[in-house]
Design a protein around this ligand. Structure first.
Ligand code: MLT
Ligand code: ZN
Length: 498
């Protein structure tokens, strides 16, 4: 039997705008059989094949890679994922797992045009349970990060993971990429919040490791193996996440800073005063703010005058009687007197706090609107951040005249987004064409400082080159062996990592 959606395609155009020539031309007999079986296994709406419907699944958020999948699979449950992977493995057809498709490194789109199937987790979007006493939540992979945060908040708890794309990023992708974000400083990355996982392997085997334990030393920590594996070892279908108590007070401040060194000085002052209360400490360069003000003017600078550097920081506590505001004001007053900050605005309402964070969260989007950019998501030991920024700026000026270093990031944990933006009125394609060279130049500086060329975005398709060059043969060999043990035919998310 033919899947229903297929019949409606005969008079349309394919994704290249060419007349649809009929299934027999586009698909091999093997693929037709596979799609038939998948449609039967996944039920109504489980297989999408119309070109206009699959198009969004083939292009990454940054528009860097565009490879159309042959079809998009949308299982409703774990059994559906297992059935789909079993059928695809038997046919030798590669599968690309996809969540919100907000990867910065093209980690969730096909690596070859027309050769792979995308498996979207978006219909698996139930919050299965929240244990308010044990502070855990069990969620399916397709729940957006924001929906999970909201559910935790409604239960009086906090899911302490916050990233710019949280409205669309899904839990499965967040775990598979070990996302970091604004609260890593206080609560760690996604992997630090994972207590249990449910994963489907390439051959359809289901591993149910949805345990809620804080202590569990039974053999290898398998959940940690799948976290950050970018979907190359198995598809995460559900997770048990560690929650925190919801803070009773927050104080959020936007500061103007004279130098990067001063930003680290301010960081040390707050950490020294109350490390546990320091939930976020974010750096924004003057260049990043300028791009934001030009392309997203609604998000206005909350200070009188522009500065070469800014910090957005947040203190929070669950304590009822903690003098958090006094702490914030006292540290800022001392910092002002010492010339560590030149100005500061403390949010006076939840609306103001949201406005401060909106600036930070739209930096990537404003940069995307400004033209071609080369993203370098790097980390170095915190004390080396000033040197990193200075050396990267000097390199850019010498090797890519006119390009702007739109730097910002999670300075409190040494993770800076050293994003180079094309020269104003320059040629976007010409700048993008030199992207790999530029990345290599940045990576050379990062490696000299003992850092990582991929701090929180992963390797995806964009950084495979660096991965091959900058990680030792032994390290890559270990990863290859693990991959070969779990997915010997390498049909899960091919073209990523290696
Ligand atoms: C962010 O922190 O906003 C993103 O991870 C960074 C980026 O867009 O490079
Ligand atoms: Zn980031």
């Amino acid at each position: 039997m033919w899947p229903q959606a297929r019949c409606s395609q005969t008079e349309q155009h394919d994704q290249h705008g060419l007349p649809w020539l009929g299934w027999h031309r586009r698909y091999s007999r093997l693929m037709i059989n596979l799609l038939d079986h998948l449609a039967a296994a996944l039920g109504p709406g489980g297989v999408i094949i119309a070109p206009e419907d699959i198009a969004p699944f083939g292009t990454d958020w940054r528009g860097l890679v565009s490879n159309m999948p042959r079809a998009v699979l949308r299982p409703r449950d774990t059994a559906g994922v297992a059935a789909a992977l079993r059928l695809c493995a038997a046919a030798g057809v590669p599968v690309v797992p996809q969540g919100g498709n907000t990867s910065m490194v093209a980690g969730a789109v096909p690596s070859r045009d027309g050769a792979e199937l995308v498996l979207s987790l978006s219909r698996m979007n139930a919050v299965r349970a929240i244990d308010a006493a044990g502070l855990t939540m069990e969620v399916e992979a397709g729940v957006t990060l924001r929906a999970a945060q909201d559910a935790a908040r409604d239960a009086g708890a906090l899911l302490p993971l916050s990233i710019g794309s949280e409205g669309s990023a899904q839990i499965g992708g967040v775990i598979s990429t070990n996302a970091g974000g604004n609260n890593t400083l206080r609560f760690g990355n996604a992997r630090d919040l994972v207590l249990g996982l449910e994963v489907v392997l390439a051959d359809g085997t289901i591993w149910n490791g949805l345990r809620r334990l804080r202590k569990d030393n039974t053999g290898y920590a398998l959940r940690q193996l799948f976290a950050g594996a970018e979907g190359t070892l198995g598809i995460v279908t559900a997770a048990v996440l560690r929650l925190a108590r919801a803070p009773r007070q927050r104080q959020t401040c936007f500061c103007a800073i004279p130098s990067v060194e001063a930003a680290l000085d301010l960081f040390a002052r707050f950490r020294d005063e109350d490390e546990a209360a320091l939930y976020a400490f974010e750096y924004i360069s003057g260049a990043a703010m300028a791009v934001n003000q030009s392309y997203m003017p609604d998000f206005r600078l909350p200070l009188e005058t522009a500065s070469p550097h800014y910090v957005l920081l947040e203190l929070a506590t669950t304590r009822r009687r903690d003098p958090l505001r006094e702490t914030m004001e006292a540290v800022l007053a001392d910092a002002l007197e010492a010339g560590v900050i030149t100005d500061a605005a403390i949010a006076e309402s939840e609306a103001q706090r949201a406005a401060f964070w909106a600036i930070r969260e739209h930096l990537s989007e404003s940069q995307r609107r400004a033209g071609a950019s080369v993203k370098n998501d790097v980390s170095v030991p915190v004390a080396a951040v000033p040197s990193l920024l200075a050396r990267a700026a000097a390199m850019l000026g010498a090797r890519h005249p006119g390009a702007r270093m739109v730097a910002f990031g999670h300075i409190g944990d040494g993770n800076i987004h050293l994003n180079a933006l094309q020269p104003e009125d320059g040629d976007a394609a010409a700048f993008a064409a030199r992207g790999e060279d530029l990345m290599e130049d940045v990576n050379a500086i990062v490696m000299e400082l003992g850092g990582s060329f991929s701090a929180e975005h992963g390797i995806g398709q964009i950084k495979t080159h660096a991965f091959g060059q900058l990680r030792s043969a032994a390290e890559r060999e270990i990863m290859h062996r693990i991959r070969a043990a779990l997915d010997p035919a390498a049909t899960l998310n091919p073209g990523k990592l290696f």
